[in-house]
Design a binder for this molecule. Sequence first.
Ligand SMILES: NC(=O)c1ccc[n+]([C@@H]2O[C@H](COP(=O)([O-])OP(=O)(O)OC[C@H]3O[C@@H](n4cnc5c(N)ncnc54)[C@H](OP(=O)(O)O)[C@@H]3O)[C@@H](O)[C@H]2O)c1
Length: 357
Amino acid sequence: MAQEYKVYDPKNMLFRRLGPSGLRVPVFSLGGWLTLGGTVLGDPVKEIIKVAFENGINMFDTAEGYAAGKSEEEMGRVIKELGLRRTDLIISTKLFWGGDGPNDTGLSRKHIIEGTKLSLKRLGLDYVDVIFAHRPDPTVPMEEVVRAFNHVINQGWSFYWGTSEWSAQQLEEAHHVAHVYGLIAPIAEQCQHHMLHRERAEQEYDPIYRNYGMGTTVFSALAGGLLTGKYNKGIPDDSRLAKHADLPFLKQLIDSFGEEEGRKKLKIVQDLNNLAQNELGCSVAHLALAWVAKNPNTSTVILGASKPEQVLDNLKAIEVIPKLTPAVLEKIENILGNKPDPVPTFGRPALDKFGRL
Ligand SMILES: NC(=O)c1ccc[n+]([C@@H]2O[C@H](COP(=O)([O-])OP(=O)(O)OC[C@H]3O[C@@H](n4cnc5c(N)ncnc54)[C@H](OP(=O)(O)O)[C@@H]3O)[C@@H](O)[C@H]2O)c1
C-alpha cells in the first residue's frame, strides 16, 4: 500500500535563508539534546515532534553524540511513523562525538565519512539537509576537514555543511581553504546565543557575517530554561537542572545560584519578566526567544523541549518579534547591561546606514 503522507502546513511560521544558501529554514526549529532520545523516549518523542510539525516547525536538529546515537534513532523512527514527507523536512545532524575509539571522535576524514554513514543509518534516511562539525578539531588539518565535508556533499549524503562553536579564526581558515581549492564552504554556525551569552555571536562573528554571509542556527536561546523564570523560586523536580545536575556546566550554574553571579542572573530574569508581562503581554521565555530571532544574523532558533506544551508555548514568540521596537530593545539593553562593544573604528566617523563594508 502506498505511504500516506502528512503534508506540511507552515501556519504562521516565518522563513529565512540559511546563511548565503538558498535553503529556507523556519525561524524556530526543534532540537533533541538531552531530551529526544535522552530523558524523553518512545511515544512522548512522537508527541513532541507531532505538535512541532503541526504548528509550523519543519526543521529538526540532532547529533551523533546525543544520547550516544539514540536521539537520531528516535527522530528517524518518529519521522517514519508520523508519515512525514522527506521533502517537507529539514534535518540537521552533527559529527564529533561518535564513540570511544581513537577515530570515533573528531573531524578526521575517516570519522567524518564513517560518522555520516552511521548517522544516516540511525536516522533511517538517505541524506540530511545540513551536517555540522559539532566542534572544531585543531588536531586535523583544515584542508582535510573541508575536503571531507565536500566529499559528504558530493556523495549526496548532505546538501550543506556547517560548524558549531568554532572561533572566527577557525571559520576564516575554513573559508580560505574552500576559496583556494574551489570547495564548498560552511554556510552556518550553530552557536550558543541568548540574552546572558552574547560576545561570540554578536561581536566575534561580525566579520564572518559580513565577509561570508554565514547564518546561525542558535542553541540554548532560553539558557537551558533559565530564561523562562522557572528557576527563580528554586529548582523544580522535573526540570533540566534537577535531572542533569551532574553535568559539569549545569552543576556550575546550580552552584552559582548561591553566589553573587547567579543571583545577578536571576534578578535580570525577574526584571525581564516584569518588562515582558507589563509592556508586551508575554512571558519572559517568549521575550527571550523573540529577542534572539530578532537578530538579523539568526537564521533559526533551535528550540529545546521536554514536553509538547513547551513547544506550543515557545511558538508564541513569533508574535512577539514585531513588538521588539528600538525603544523596547533599549529597555532590554538597560536591564541586561552586557551589550558587546562594536568592532573599534579608531575614531573614524560613523557611516550612514547603507554604508556597509
Ligand atoms: N551545537 C551544540 O553544541 C548545541 C548545544 C546545545 C544545544 N544544541 C541544540 O539546540 C537545541 C536547543 O538547546 P537547549 O535545549 O539548550 O535550548 P533551551 O531552549 O535553552 O532549553 C530547553 C529547555 O528549557 C526548558 N523549557 C523550554 N521551553 C520551556 C517553557 N516554555 N517553559 C518551561 N521550560 C521550558 C526545557 O527543559 P526542562 O523542561 O527539562 O526543564 C527544555 O528542554 C538542542 O536540542 C540541540 O539541538 C546544540
